[in-house]
Design a protein around this ligand. Sequence first.
Ligand code: NAD
Length: 307
Amino acid sequence: MKISIIGAGNVGGLTAMRLAQEGLQDIFLIDVAKNVAQAKAFDMEDAQSILKHNYRIRAGEDISLIRDSDIIVVTAGFARSPGMTREDLLNKNARILRDICLSIKKLAAGSIVIVVTNPLDLMTLFTLKSTGFDPAKILGMGPTLDASRFANLISRELNISVNDITACVIGSHGEGMIPLPGFTTVKGVALDEVMDDVKIGTLIQKTLNRGKEIVSLLASGSAYFAPSAAIAEIVRVIAKDEKRVLGVSAYLNGEYAIKDVCAGVPCRLGRDGIEKIIELDLNSREKESLYAAAAKLKEQYKNLMTE
Ligand code: NAD
């Protein structure tokens, strides 16, 4: 199984390391910045003797390293700085992705592509349209991270291990993020049965702001420890055909009565990528929120450069 990561920055570099530690091979790391991917690969390989784990990471600047990849993770592009929304990155990152998509189409037409670059849902749709791939083969990493953040905050509030919490977040990876308390469970019991609405509201707000909070504390760059963990989880589930249900940004073509938008929904993932989009039985308020998020994404996608 050949796994390529395009973009060896904070997220891409740590993703390569996590995949190597999971025992996934063969890993390729590519970055336009001269020598950066190679330097990081050397550094990661130097840890093998201490970790007692054999792995090899091939790296370089040449995009043709992605040739015949089975899975491609795209983390190339600009990250947010304090005061920026993910949407502010739209055209800057679309320009980067446009060339990358051409290469993917030419060199790895059979690959499954996991988009990470922000603004996530818009870049996922852009990748889908630019490659012309089957929608099952293009997915965006966002909701898995958002759910993990929600689970962490719930765990701290209830003083219960995250292992007993299954969090569910849909919508966009941005302002239109929708954490779902009714589909989030604490040892099988819905969150809205074990926590009052005010506390849930506070945790939802904290989840929505978590990325921004990290960006402003870091002052330069954005989160990468949890994002790389979420990417590695998705890659492993696909590579090992685990058939697990994870939240990803998926192309909706009538599911949830939404068309021609990529947005976060639970999906069964396996060897073929998105094998099934799971349609949750949302209440009317949740449906309204999802429609509003999808409408906003459609509006924002129109602002994407077309030249
Ligand atoms: P970073 O600045 O550390 O790394 C980005 C890397 O991309 C740089 O090394 C840069 O040289 C490289 N790059 C730029 N153009 C390239 C090209 N054409 N080909 C190959 N490499 C190229 O940023 P980061 O923190 O790693 O974040 C990367 C992206 O991921 C950002 O857009 C960020 O907003 C996004 N992100 C998304 C999520 C999510 O949940 N979806 C989470 C974290 C970060």
